[in-house]
Design a protein around this ligand. Structure first.
Ligand SMILES: NC(=O)c1ccc[n+]([C@@H]2O[C@H](COP(=O)([O-])OP(=O)(O)OC[C@H]3O[C@@H](n4cnc5c(N)ncnc54)[C@H](O)[C@@H]3O)[C@@H](O)[C@H]2O)c1
Length: 256
């Protein structure tokens, strides 16, 4: 029970990585605040994992809207009194297209969710953590926040920003007992990768594209959301007490 009575916020909690990570924190004794755009998805997640009402709070939120982010932070403090861990994870992939052909509307949408959403969350959660003089944050960057990604340059642009935000913010609060790290997953078996596979080869070739993608991972397979959750729990735990500003790849060797 490494997180017994700790208060943990997970954004993108109705998704693959967010859902499994919320479950892993819950199983270690945490009170979990599940935040997502999809109200139905949140309810399904809470039901699927059999989360008890007294240890769970569901908040529907579009993370690209600052007032809605303030709302989930306030509701967390109202119900549970503090914030020990923040998994700043909600995000979307971009359309699969070369920059010259990409729509500006898609670029702006991805930036507003992946960058603005991460920024608003960090800004308002840090205000609570600085008063407490404690906390751990894990931001979700990506292997696309470390290396270039042709035809996913919009997504890569947004995730490089998350990497930069993580490192800079970590330095700002390093002396205040608050740690901020990021994870850099690649090819994780969730809905997001199904969208990218369909975007690359077309829906009829999704299965084929999946097998092609497996071949570019040194371990020759996708990762599972549970494997990402394990790394997030480590970074958020006291076992990582001297780790801040780090970017941890969870990628079967892809970045190496
Ligand atoms: N799957 C991968 O291979 C992979 C690799 C690297 C990074 N990531 C990152 O991991 C994170 C989680 O992705 P996932 O793979 O679990 O995908 P997912 O599609 O299963 O989950 C994403 C969740 O975010 C939610 N969301 C989307 N827009 C939102 C908004 N405006 N406000 C609130 N919630 C919103 C969705 O409803 C969904 O539940 C994302 O930041 C993604 O960029 C995923």
């Amino acid at each position: 029970m490494k997180f017994e009575n700790k208060v943990v916020i997970v954004t993108g909690a109705a998704g693959g990585i967010g859902g499994q990570t919320a479950k892993a924190f819950y199983d270690e004794g945490a009170k979990v605040v599940l935040v997502d755009l999809s109200e139905e998805g949140l309810k399904e997640t809470a039901k699927k994992f059999d989360f008890a009402d007294d240890r769970t709070l569901l908040v529907t939120c579009d993370v690209s809207k600052e007032d809605q982010v303030i709302n989930y932070v306030n509701k967390t403090v109202e119900k549970f009194g503090r914030i020990d861990v923040f998994f700043n994870n909600a995000g979307i992939s971009s359309a699969v297209a070369k920059i010259a052909e990409n729509s500006s509307a898609n670029f702006e949408k991805v930036m507003s969710i992946n960058i603005n959403g991460s920024f608003y969350g960090l800004k308002h959660v840090l205000q609570v953590m600085r008063k407490q003089k404690s906390g751990a944050v894990v931001n979700t960057s990506s292997c696309a926040g470390v290396r270039g990604m042709p035809e996913l340059s919009t997504y890569a642009t947004s995730k490089f920003a998350v990497t930069g935000m993580t490192r800079s913010a970590a330095l700002e609060v390093a002396s205040e007992n608050i740690r901020i790290n990021a994870i850099a997953p690649a090819y994780i078996n969730t809905k997001m990768m199904r969208n990218i596979e369909c975007g690359c080869g077309g829906e009829d070739k999704q299965e084929e594209t999946y097998h092609e993608f497996c071949k570019v991972v040194p371990m020759q397979r996708y990762g599972e959301a549970k494997e990402v959750a394990n790394a997030v729990l480590f970074l958020a735990s006291d076992e990582a007490s001297f780790i801040t500003g780090a970017l941890l790849p969870i990628d079967g060797g892809y970045i190496a």
